[in-house]
Design a protein around this ligand. Structure first.
Ligand SMILES: Cc1cc2nc3c(=O)[nH]c(=O)nc-3n(C[C@H](O)[C@H](O)[C@H](O)COP(=O)(O)O)c2cc1C
Length: 271
């Protein structure tokens, strides 16, 4: 009898000390398939379940029509209805929540989900794709909307840089401790300095052809990263010659990557 009790205690102790793997879901909306690429990469690398958010009345693929409908919904407060989810959210601990950035924040179908689904006590890891930016803004909006969830730092990528996703997602997941593996920690950015002509040329090369960013670099900081150099610019709106100005000039932070032997590209804008 004594032996059985000791054995039972040992089994119980072993069970307690065993690490429970959190149950993870990748839940995403993607109108035109870009965010889906990130969702699939996350699913593959995490070995997680995946579920797609599907509006009952599809937005289709027409950009202009989506802008018009999306704006109308926001103005009128009529969010899109979505099909019931396949996944039972209550049974997951960690939810990677993905979306395209619309109008500077998460796309409208995400607003519906945040209203309808109970995310209390969950760990939420936002991820998004965008033309120029909106990661920080959308993550802040999710945090505000879900005060009883733990909203962790997110991952965002420009649609134009979708090829960078597998490697960036791997680093993101390792840094966050979601998958095992070592990553070389990146050095911290030093303090911002006034941008020199040389810095401004890098900034212009990175954003030059992108119509939504018409700005001048004012301050800069940079650091070495594996395979190149990363910059952060503080820039101010400045319409190109002959272009109309939209209100007061605003400042923005523009993240730029210069990979060895390649032209500068911007990776994200925070406004
Ligand atoms: C209605 C609408 C609004 C958008 N607003 C923004 C925006 O404010 N900022 C931005 O960088 N990209 C914006 N975009 C671009 C999308 O975020 C980008 O194309 C995204 O990668 C699309 O993802 P998907 O293919 O998963 O739908 C917008 C696109 C649409 C259709």
């Amino acid at each position: 009898m004594k032996h059985i009790l000791i054995l039972a205690a040992l089994v119980a102790a072993a069970a307690c000390s065993q690490k429970v793997t959190p149950k993870t879901l990748v839940l995403y909306y993607s109108q035109t398939g870009t965010t889906k690429v990130v969702a699939e990469a996350l699913k593959a690398q995490l070995g997680a379940d995946i579920d797609e958010i599907v509006p009952i009345n599809s937005y289709g693929e027409d950009f202009g029509a989506t802008i018009a409908r999306g704006q109308k919904e926001l103005q009128e407060g009529t969010l899109p209805e979505i099909q019931p989810l396949q996944a039972d959210i209550a049974s997951y601990d960690v939810i990677f929540l993905g979306y395209p950035v619309w109008f500077g924040t998460y796309a409208n179908p995400i607003a519906t989900i945040l209203d309808q689904v109970d995310f209390k006590g969950k760990k939420i890891v936002p991820f998004c794709t965008f033309g120029s930016g909106g990661l920080e803004e959308s993550v802040a909006a999710i945090r505000q909307k879900l005060p009883e969830a733990e909203v962790l730092p997110g991952y965002g990528v420009r649609a134009a840089r979708i090829d960078a996703v597998p490697a960036e997602v791997e680093r993101f997941l390792k840094e966050g401790g979601f998958i095992p593996g070592e990553v070389t920690p990146l050095e911290a950015f030093p303090e911002f300095q006034p941008a020199t002509e040389e810095d401004a040329a890098i900034f212009d090369a990175a954003v030059g052809s992108y119509p939504m960013i018409q700005a001048v670099a004012e301050q800069v900081t940079s650091r070495t990263v594996p395979g190149g150099k990363e910059y952060e610019f503080i820039a101010k709106d400045k319409p190109r010659e002959g272009a109309p100005a939209f209100g007061e000039p605003r400042t923005m932070k523009v993240h730029v990557l210069v990979e060895d032997g390649k032209d500068p590209v911007f990776t994200r804008v925070d406004r």
